[in-house]
Design a binder for this molecule. Structure first.
Ligand code: TTP
Ligand code: MG
Length: 361
C-alpha cells in the first residue's frame, strides 16, 4: 500500500484505440475488419499505426511499410488524413471538458483528466471513465481505453492494459504488487534505450528496479533515475497540468553502434526525419527554429540551428532544413553516437491559441 498522507487524487488517462486506423475504418466501411496501416506505403516510409487486425501479425507503429507488408501480406496501406484525426481529437476533448477543466492532453488521442473534483459531482472515477468512453463512442463511433488511478504514472500504464475498449483501475492497495510484476518496458518514461540499459543491469521487472538505491539510479540515469526510483514505489506527485506550454519538441536517438561514415548517417537520418515530422504534426508544434544535435563518439555535443521568420509548418521545408543542417556536418565528419532533431521558438501567439483550444472545448 502506498502512503496516503495527502488527499488522494483521482486521475483518468484516456487513450484512443488504434486511433488513426480506427478513424479510417469508421469513415470507409470497406476497411472494417481488415488489416490496415496508416501511412507508410509499401516501398518507403514508416507507418503511423495499424488496426488491431494488423497487429495480430506483429505490425506496429513506426515500422517500415516494407517490414509491415512482409509480416502481413494482405495489409492495406491507407493515406494519412490529419484533418479527420484533428476533428476527432477536438470531439473527445470537448467530451472531457464536460467533466473537468483539469485536462492535460498528451497528444491528439490521449489525455490525463483530474476528476478528484468534477463537474458532475461523481465521487467514483470509474463511473466517470465509463461515461466518457460511452460518450466518445456515441459521438465519434470510436473506442477508447481508460486507466484510473491516484497518480498520472499509474493511470497512464493502466490505460494500456485492457486495450482495446478497456478499462483498468489500479487502486493504491494494488499499486505496489502491480508495479513489482510490471515489465520494465511497460513503465511510462522508460524508452527502448533505457530498457536495454536496465536489462543489462539485471533489471527486468519492477521488483528488480526496486532493489536499486536512489544514488545508483541517479548515477546511471541522471535526473530520470530519481523519477524511476519513485515511480516503482508508486510515488508520483505530478499534477495534471492544463496549461502546458511546451517550449520545444525533440526527437533523439542513441545509436547501438556509432555511425562512422556520412552515408550511413544519412540513411539513419531519413528515418529520424519521418519520425520527427510525425511528432511535429501530432503535437501541432510549429516553431521557427530547427536544430540538429549530434554527439560524437568522444562525447562532444554539437548543435546546429536554422531559424526562419515564420513558423515552419511545411513538411518539405522541414526536410530541406534538416538535410541542410546535416550536410554542413559533412566537412567535420567524426563518428557519432547520438543524433537528434529539435523544433523550438514557437511564437507566443501560437502557444496561447493552442492552449485556448484546450480551454474552450
Ligand atoms: P498511440 O496512442 O500510441 O497508438 P494508437 O492509438 O494507434 O494505438 P493504441 O490502441 O495502442 O493506443 O498513438 C496515437 C496515434 O498517433 C496513432 O494512431 C498514430 C500516431 N502515431 C504516429 O504517427 N507515430 C507513432 O510512432 C505513434 C506511436 C503514433
Ligand atoms: Mg492510442
Amino acid at each position: 500500500m502506498v502512503p496516503m498522507d495527502k488527499q488522494q487524487r483521482k486521475i483518468i488517462h484516456i487513450d484512443m484505440d488504434a486511433f488513426y486506423a480506427s478513424v479510417e475504418q469508421r469513415d470507409d466501411p470497406s476497411l472494417r475488419g481488415l488489416a490496415i496501416a496508416v501511412g507508410g506505403g509499401e516501398k518507403r516510409g514508416v507507418i503511423t499505426t495499424a488496426s488491431y487486425e494488423a497487429r495480430k501479425f506483429g505490425v506496429r507503429s513506426a515500422m517500415s511499410g516494407y517490414e509491415a507488408k512482409r509480416l502481413c501480406p494482405q495489409l492495406i496501406f491507407v493515406p494519412i488524413r490529419f484533418e479527420a484525426y484533428k476533428e476527432a481529437s477536438q470531439a473527445i476533448r470537448s467530451i472531457f471538458a464536460r467533466y473537468t477543466d483539469l485536462i492535460e492532453p498528451l497528444s491528439f488521442d490521449e489525455a490525463f483528466l483530474d476528476v478528484t473534483e468534477n463537474k458532475i459531482n461523481q465521487p467514483i472515477a470509474t463511473e466517470i471513465a465509463k461515461e466518457i468512453k460511452q460518450a466518445i463512442f456515441d459521438e465519434t463511433q470510436l473506442t477508447a481505453s481508460a486507466g484510473i488511478s491516484y497518480c498520472k504514472f499509474l493511470a497512464k500504464v493502466a490505460s494500456d492494459i485492457n486495450k482495446p475498449d478497456g478499462i483498468t483501475i489500479i487502486t493504491p492497495k494494488k499499486a505496489i504488487a502491480f508495479l513489482e510484476q510490471l515489465e520494465i518496458e511497460k513503465f511510462y518514461g522508460i524508452g527502448k534505450v533505457t530498457a536495454k540499459k536496465m536489462k543489462a543491469m539485471g533489471i527486468f521487472h519492477g521488483k528488480d528496479l526496486k532493489k536499486m538505491d536512489r544514488i545508483t539510479m541517479v548515477e546511471k540515469f541522471g535526473k530520470m533515475g530519481s523519477y524511476y526510483f519513485d515511480i516503482v514505489r508508486g510515488i508520483d506527485d505530478r499534477p495534471v497540468q492544463s496549461h502546458r506550454e511546451r517550449k520545444s519538441l525533440a526527437i533523439e536517438r542513441t545509436l547501438d553502434e556509432d555511425l562512422v561514415d556520412f552515408d550511413s548517417m544519412k540513411k539513419y537520418f531519413e528515418e529520424l526525419k519521418v519520425k520527427f515530422i510525425a511528432r511535429v504534426k501530432k503535437y501541432e508544434f510549429y516553431g521557427r527554429t530547427i536544430s540538429l544535435k549530434l554527439k560524437t563518439s568522444d562525447f562532444k555535443t554539437l548543435t546546429r540551428s536554422h531559424t526562419e521568420k515564420n513558423p515552419i509548418e511545411n513538411e518539405q521545408m522541414i526536410v530541406a532544413i534538416a538535410d541542410e543542417l546535416l550536410e554542413a556536418y559533412k566537412k567535420e565528419l567524426k563518428p557519432i553516437r547520438l543524433i537528434g532533431l529539435t523544433m523550438s521558438n514557437r511564437p507566443k501567439k501560437d502557444i496561447k491559441e493552442s492552449n485556448q483550444l484546450f480551454l474552450d472545448l
